[in-house]
Design a protein around this ligand. Sequence first.
Ligand code: GDP
Length: 528
Amino acid sequence: MDARPSTRPDRRTFAIISHPDAGKTTLTEKLLLFGGAIHAAGEVKARGAARRARSDWMKIEQQRGISVTSSVMTFERDGLTFNLLDTPGHEDFSEDTYRTLTAVDSAVMVIDAARGIEAQTRKLFEVCRLRSVPIITFINKVDREGREPFSLLDEIADQLALDVAPMNWPVGMGGMFEGLYDLEGQRLMRPAADGTAAFEGDVTAVSGLDDPRLAAAISADALARLTEETELAGAGYAAFDAEAYRHGDLTPVYFGSALKDFGVAELIDALARFAPSPRPQPADPAPVSPDDQAVTGFIFKVQANMNPMHRDRVAFMRLCSGRFRRGMKLTQVGTGKAISVHSPILFFARERETAEEAWPGDIIGIPNHGTLRVGDTLTDGAPRVITGLPNFAPELLRRVALKDPTKTKQLRKALDDLAEEGIIQVFYPEIGSQWVVGVVGQLQLEVLVSRLEVEYKVDARLEASPWDTARWIAGSEADLKSFAEFHRGGLARDRDDALVFMAKDAWEVNYVAGRYPAIRFSATRERA
Ligand code: GDP
């Protein structure tokens, strides 16, 4: 073993969070293109278009394999490797989306300049905040009529309780768009004849807003406005502070247009310059540092493989420390099982490629037959458990009714499997025999019914339940006992046997929680 952590190549491992239609697919495509085109841009686009059609999406989900290769996209720029983890973009997302955010070191938040912060943006942002994931904001579509920059910046600051630091400024928007002004580098980027930034485009370096080159390049009106607005912005918003950004207290904001290539190169540069390298991971008994020699990683996602007839799965492992080499034997902490990783999937390059080695920040796909579960830690060193991977509170709870009662065993297996994949959460009530599934979006329910039928040959129906939310509860034995006396009807166990209180809505949760101050109610359950 060589002990040369200094040879560890650096990574930027990140995700894009956004509301559907804000431009995530377009930006992804451009990042890959600007970053040494690893996937052809068209491929990403096609996938995005297909994804929007619900029926197509179901098919894709059933065939699975497709999204295995696109779950992690890798590109390089100036010798630095970026791992972009895909978060499914449709309106209903699963726990899967949230979990992906546990495997990144930073995020890019894409906002539509005409729409500002939308529901999904906020939800995903909350997950990032939970883990203090630093966020770079990209306000997209400045080539179209959008809202005033100030209104957008204030909205981010107010709604997300974040300091905002504008890094560039649009010179007009929509029909009046004349380019972007880089506030830090004092450069003007103007559209090429075709209206795009033509990759790195037409860039004029200036000495400041009073530089005659600026006056020559844009209209007098635009210059007057730019001068006034940037002055106001300078006085009204925080200056960029790398520390505050890394703590998740401040977001640098880039205006741009993914479609027209504006701001894309600047965004990649910002990721390279400011976004954190792989960070130490909280773990028991001690945090895992990327420079530790032992190879350690955790599974953040499990996906069934292409062929539904085989129970093959791919577990996605985020590498946290050490230098992974193909063929390595890793131990599944908890069971002590040794797993030889002979055919890992590394996500570099055009297609799946068999990896020889990987470094902290990289994602490795490990084919297995169901041994590996979300939340598992794998290591070749002393047993350690990576912590801080939360389960999320479901927002829809449904009872599962079996049409053929002789299939109970298959149903249980199926629900446990799908819960393991993060498609659903499953709750086994203390009273009654009907199992309950919890999801965060309607689409997950459709995926569930379809997969039960296709993959498990179980014909099931989902029925209304008296509950729509759930909380993990913890407390002393005596407190839990007295709680159970009055609330047994709402108690259930999750698949790991943890106690859950199911409630009609958040109001009921608050009401009940108020009456049992000794009991902890949590919307998320951290895996110990
Ligand atoms: P996603 O749902 O977030 O992945 O969004 P897409 O990338 O599919 O974009 C949604 C729509 O917005 C598509 O029609 C894009 O062509 C369009 N779009 C994306 N970026 C821009 C942009 O910078 N300017 C303009 N005018 N349209 C854009």
